[in-house]
Design a binder for this molecule. Structure first.
Ligand code: ATP
Ligand code: MG
Length: 223
């Protein structure tokens, strides 16, 4: 479902130094798998997830997602591809602050070209237990609730792939566990492939496959 082939990513640091953030990374993630990506801070986890989502392009190598080589697609083609195939959950929620919970999800549904976007957005909010918070702005929601809105937004178009970057990182243990349970449940319902970056070893242990990154290289895992 996700194929990363000899991917390297280098950044130029502000001081002009070449940073090798990912070095010759290859891995195959089968459809329906649940994968945990772990590793120290700065090891390249978010960079790798961003490449899977086509949010960034590799310096070399190839990224194939849902049968499509996404390296080199235009921005427009990429955004269409993402809307159809990917749900992305960011650590810091990334909700639009001036839009209600419902509108945040509706916008994602509209970008994905769904008919009856509002009804589907409401159903997605109900799915994460937030139908009674639909009109709240993000600032009027708790952290756990914001993260659940972000989940609703990620699943509204029923994507075959869910990419999550430390989706429980800013939550207390009880809420982290709730959001994680919900994520697994949604993955099962959608039959989706789940890739999750986490620092939490006990959450990671509940996923099927494990990838460990260190200084931009895979040191253990499914490659
Ligand atoms: N746009 C950029 N320009 C320069 N350096 C970058 C850029 N993006 C990331 N980096 C560097 O790449 C390295 C890997 O970053 P990345 O965000 O992938 O780490 P991470 O494993 O997700 O860490 P964390 O657990 O702290 O989130 C870091 O050292 C970071 O400073
Ligand atoms: Mg990160």
């Amino acid at each position: 479902m996700i194929s990363i082939r000899s991917v390297s990513k280098t950044f130029l640091s502000p001081s002009g130094e070449l940073l090798r953030v990912l070095q010759d990374v290859s891995l195959e993630i089968p459809a329906g798998a649940s994968v945990a990506i772990q590793g120290p801070s700065g090891s390249g986890k978010s960079t790798l997830l961003g490449l899977m989502a086509g949010l960034d392009q590799p310096t070399s190598g190839e990224v194939i997602v849902a049968g499509q080589a996404i390296t080199g697609l235009s921005e427009l083609a990429l955004s269409r591809f993402r809307a159809k195939n990917l749900g992305f959950v960011f650590q810091a929620y990334h909700l639009l602050p001036h839009f209600s919970a419902l509108q945040n999800v509706v916008i994602a549904a509209e970008i994905a070209g769904l008919a009856a976007a509002e009804a589907k957005a409401l159903a997605a909010l109900a799915r994460v237990g937030l139908e009674d918070r639909a009109e709240h702005l993000p600032a009027q929601l708790s952290g756990g609730e914001c993260q659940r809105v972000a989940l609703a937004r990620a699943i509204v178009a029923r994507p075959p792939i869910l990419l999550c970057d430390e989706p429980t990182g800013s939550l207390d243990p009880v809420n982290a566990d709730r959001v994680f349970e919900l994520l697994l449940e949604l993955q099962r319902d959608l039959g989706a492939t789940l890739v999750l970056v986490t620092h939490d070893a006990s959450l990671a242990s509940r996923l099927g496959l494990h990838i460990a990154l260190e200084r931009g290289r895979i040191v253990a895992g499914v490659a």
